[in-house]
Design a protein around this ligand. Structure first.
Ligand SMILES: *Cc1c(COP(=O)(O)O)cnc(C)c1O
Length: 236
């Protein structure tokens, strides 16, 4: 199957998942996760009309994204962000950074943005699976964490992100998405000038349909679009 066919298949699965859950497909944005894939492969995706791309490593993003200037509509950063790479990722003007889970990193980002006179939209990553290898704040700390971010005027917190449990048990994966949706709804009642809960980023190649059923409106899909990644093993 070529890239175009794979994207069409995903889009039809998005439509079905939306029908099952009484939602409209235009409420769900598909993000093409292009990590480990070449600029040429990314162009192939962009040429199909899917123009929202994401990377999870700063160095790799710097090597690829500038070559695609004017060819994409949105670049998202979805990986763990080390505090010494904040400036670099901001240079790429990501529409959204999905993966912040540390007050000190957010504080440092806020300072840089303040100096530059810029703002940045972000999501907070929550560890809903309990897997120690995963980044993200504890679900029960979500409200406290968001409140602690109230002081940062140059960031805009737009929602939450999670990675579902990596397993074959649908109920366990679904539980992760339910947990995130509950925190998302809860956080909507926070009255904070730098916070507006709009995006629920959850679901990847193996579980985006479940995620949509549980309320996702941003799904991050890599291998189902590009095929297997160009390295051995998972680097999640
Ligand atoms: C790689 C990655 C994805 C996409 O994973 P696939 O299983 O290839 O769809 C989604 N989200 C994050 C944070 C990732 O690092």
């Amino acid at each position: 199957m070529n890239i175009k066919k794979r994207i069409e298949l995903i889009e039809s699965k998005i439509v079905s998942a939306c029908e099952r859950s009484g939602r409209s497909p235009n409420q769900v944005k598909l993000i093409a996760v292009s990590k480990t894939h070449s600029v040429e492969e990314i162009r192939e995706v962009l040429d199909t009309g899917l123009r929202v791309i994401a990377e999870n490593k700063v160095q790799e993003s710097l090597e690829k994204i500038p070559h695609l200037a004017d060819q994409y509509d949105e670049f998202h950063f979805i990986g763990h962000l080390q505090s010494n790479k904040i400036r670099k990722v901001l240079q790429l003007k990501p529409v959204l950074i999905h993966s912040l889970d540390s007050i000190s990193t957010i504080s440092k980002m806020n300072r840089i943005l303040e100096d530059e006179g810029n703002k940045q939209q972000i999501l907070i990553q929550v560890n809903t699976s309990g897997e120690v290898s995963k980044s993200g704040i504890e679900p029960e700390n979500t409200i406290k964490f968001l409140s602690d971010c109230a002081q940062f005027n140059n960031i805009e917190i737009c929602g939450l992100m999670t990675i579902g449990k990596l397993c074959d048990n649908e109920d366990e994966i679904r539980k992760c998405f339910k947990i995130l949706n509950e925190r998302f709804e809860e956080a909507k009642s926070l009255n904070q000038s730098n916070l507006e809960m709009r995006y629920l980023s959850m679901g990847m190649s193996s579980d985006f349909e479940l995620a949509i059923e549980e309320g996702a409106n941003l799904i991050r899909v890599g291998s189902a679009i590009f095929g297997p990644r160009n390295y051995k093993g998972s680097e999640l």
